[in-house]
Design a protein. Structure first.
Length: 753
């Protein structure tokens, strides 16, 4: 692949941007570009602001390891929120570690004279703030949860460094803000966010949050009548201890002050330096009794820059439109930029114990700037902290297969593995059979969210959620099983520890639906020897469904993927029903189910056999049937949008419908309403909307690269002729696909890793 466009791409991106960036960072001598063995060396363009921000909603992400920062300059002060995955309190709220504020006098960050800049340096993962001979560089070490803030000034300045914490006292949680925790609308009367312990001396400060032993975990056990098996359900939050230690060389603690930011009162622990030209402030985060040691800044900077440099070599997509107005061409160019910015956000939680949350990830900010009616603390987000909505969460992790970010998927896989004891124990206790029942709204300890679980009478099935949206929905767990199996197929990762989890997820459906059939009648199977998947659910939408197509497709695909890897009953696949079809305006379409009682939400499960289950699609049988479903099914048409977690862009790409794929791709990747373009609006969840970013990534990747059932590569099946593109993406069998589409011509190179 040696065309003019590709050569131009290599020279401008690799030689220009990388070299200029490294020279500016003073790293050129120590960090030479790590050229991939094959193809181009790619580093995306830095993202730059030349004016200050008005508030935290105009912040810029920064992070690494499992730490995320929101960084912004407001009224001359450099500010940042600090978050870490897994900082769950007693109520399962995902807490922030606090806010740092650096005030320099005189302030060098006056943007009126044109020398102010705030840059997200994607080549090394840092944020660099500059003005009037002063630089502050912020980054997170990739190998440990340590935040570095490095100040360098031409002239000595007075400086005040403040650690600001709004949990300086116990604060009741109101019913209006109950969505931030797992109690939701069953909030106990005395529920509160408990205060942190903070103490400072000399140039250091320590913050600790110590959870009480009794938490929402205990409340959930009692509410779901599981006291008899409580010892079999691991508790990740009872007694959990976490926090951070600040070290500020050259500063001295001088006392505390109180203030208000946005809508929240806080206490500030202040450190002052009368005249200072340089300092490297660290904030080292810990959990339990672990001690996090901050390595020297030079060491951290070098290894972190190296990691990000290599991160960008895993994969890339670079697009250029050759037609349309200047505005239209810019919107296409923005796809490349926003793809990179969102992928950077995902990379900030590369090595967390807990996955990137769909509802804001590590980068939520003061909620009053998302919704004026939600004047709550910076810890607030809709849909909980330790709660996962599985249909949303999966979209954050599916695109990591093609982007080659397999190491980043482990946090999500391990989360389901940690929940396995609860999922199997509750199944055995409630119904007396094997299998793992993972709920759709699931807690980090593996039980249904206690509010979403609903109210039960003594005669009710205690294992089933009494919830109009969530009842009988267990199949999303199969998507994470499929991701694990595909990660093995793509990159050969060792999945031995996950095999029993996958087996238990699959056999749950076999055993549970035979169990339910025997509750209603004599026979466990229908007249054709098939499972009777009733009552079931087509996502949250087609309720009290009989043989929903999404569940059938999931079982068929995962059973096939298990062959030769996970030990299943060899007759199991024979018991899975056929995907139901129906006729719409004389055209055969995939039916949502054979029958259903009501429509509850706005999902389109009749297209799940296209994605994620890939039974229909390009290079597969039944393409016309799937296209008919997309084009003519009245429900599918009425629910079509690019909003939030919607998947229409993915299905259009998988079905080779280029016009729709193009239109929906542009809409998905359009800038969000906040200053940072990949901070998307609340959508159906919370801002920044990470499941919108994930679904946008998947759709763009599918436009470029798909596979037939035999592994044959299908390139640019839904790619617009007027878009030139250079890309590197991963495929099954350890293949790295480097391709180019220019003026309607495709060229590519496949590298076997």
């Amino acid at each position: 692949m040696k065309s003019a466009l590709f050569s131009h791409f290599v020279s401008t991106v690799s030689l220009g941007i990388v070299t200029r960036a490294l020279v500016a960072a003073g790293l050129l001598c120590t960090l030479l570009p790590l050229h991939a063995k094959e193809g181009a060396h790619y580093i995306p363009e830095n993202y730059v602001w030349t004016s200050q921000s008005h508030n935290s909603s105009e912040s810029m992400p920064c992070g690494g390891h499992d730490v995320g920062l929101n960084v912004w300059v407001e009224n001359g002060d450099l500010m940042m929120y600090i978050s870490r995955s897994g900082m769950f309190d007693e109520n399962n709220t995902l807490l922030k570690a606090g806010r740092l504020r650096l005030h320099l006098s005189p302030s060098p960050f006056d943007d009126s004279n044109g020398d102010f800049s705030q840059t997200l340096c994607l080549y090394d993962g840092s944020v660099l703030v500059k003005g009037k001979g002063t630089e502050v560089r912020i980054w997170v070490d990739v190998q440990s949860p340590v935040v570095y803030t490095q100040l360098q000034s031409d002239k000595a300045v007075e400086a005040v460094l403040s650690y600001e914490n709004w949990r300086y006292k116990d604060t009741p949680i109101t019913k209006a803000e109950c969505q931030q925790c797992s109690y939701k609308w069953v909030l106990p009367k005395d529920c509160a966010t408990y205060k942190d312990s903070v103490w400072a001396q000399g140039n250091s400060l320590t913050m600790i949050h110590q959870n009480r032993e009794k938490t929402v975990y205990d409340f959930t056990i009692e509410r779901e009548k599981l006291d008899a098996i409580k010892d079999r359900i691991p508790d990740p939050i009872g007694g959990l201890r976490f926090g951070g230690t600040l070290q500020a060389p050259g500063f001295q603690f001088t006392g505390t002050t109180d203030g208000v930011y946005a809508s929240t009162a806080y206490r500030a622990w202040q450190f002052k330096a009368s005249r200072i030209k340089s300092s490297t402030v660290t904030f080292s985060m810990f959990e339990g009794e672990e001690k996090t040691i901050a390595v020297p800044a030079k060491t951290s900077r070098k290894r972190s820059a190296q990691w990000w440099n290599e991160f960008w070599q895993r994969s890339y997509i670079v697009i250029e439109s050759t037609s349309g107005t200047a505005e239209e061409r810019q919107r296409v160019a923005d796809i490349t930029r926003n793809y990179n910015l969102f992928r950077y956000m995902l990379g900030c939680n590369a090595y967390g114990k807990w996955p990137t949350k769909f509802n804001g990830g590590l980068f939520t900010f003061d909620p009053v700037y998302v919704d004026k009616a939600r004047a709550f603390t910076p810890d607030y987000r809709c849909w909980g902290g330790g709660t996962m909505t599985a249909q949303n969460q999966r979209l954050v992790y599916w695109p990591m297969l093609k982007s080659g970010d397999f190491d980043m998927m482990q946090a999500q896989f391990d989360t389901y593995l940690r929940m396995l004891p609860a999922a199997t124990a509750r199944t055995r206790y409630y119904w007396g059979h094997e299998g793992a029942s993972y709920a759709e709204q699931i807690e980090n300890f593996g039980l249904p969210n206690p509010a979403e679980y609903g109210k039960h009478k003594e005669e009710d099935d205690m294992g089933t959620e009494r919830n109009a949206w969530l009842e009988y929905q267990w199949d999303t767990s199969l998507e994470f099983c499929s991701m694990i199996l595909l990660a093995h197929r793509y990159a050969g990762i060792n999945i031995d520890k996950y095999k029993e989890m996958i087996r238990q997820c699959v056999i749950f459906f076999d055993q549970h639906y035979q169990y339910l059939a025997k509750q209603r009648g004599v026979k466990a199977l229908d007249g054709n020897g098939k499972l009777i998947l009733y009552p079931s659910s087509g996502c949250e939408t087609y309720k009290m469904a009989y043989n929903p197509s999404s569940v059938i497709a999931a079982l068929r695909t995962v059973i096939d993927q298990c062959q030769g890897t996970v030990d299943l009953d060899s007759t199991l696949k024979d018991r899975i029903p056929d995907i139901p079809l129906h006729v719409v305006e004389g055209r055969t379409c995939i039916a949502p189910a054979q029958a259903w009682a009501r429509i509850q939400n706005v999902e389109t499960p009749q297209l799940y056999p296209v994605f994620p289950w890939r039974i229909y699609g390009m290079g597969r049988d039944g393409l016309e049937t799937a296209r008919n479903t997309y084009l003519y099914d009245a429900h599918a048409l009425s629910m079509r949008t690019a909003k939030g977690w919607k998947q229409d862009n993915i299905w259009a790409a998988c079905l080779g419908l280029t016009d729709d794929a193009r239109r929906l791709c542009i809409e998905k990747w359009a800038d969000g309403p906040f200053r940072f373009p990949a901070f998307w609006e609340q959508g159906y969840d919370w801002a920044p909307d990470c499941n919108r970013g994930g679904s946008a990534m998947i759709g763009l990747q599918e436009m470029l690269l798909q596979e037939a059932p035999d592994g044959t590569l299908l390139l640019c099946q839904a790619w617009p002729k007027e878009w030139n593109v250079t890309f590197r993406l991963h495929a099954s069998g350890g293949r790295l696909v480097e391709g180019e589409y220019k003026n309607g011509q495709i060229s590519h190179n496949v590298i076997k890793k």
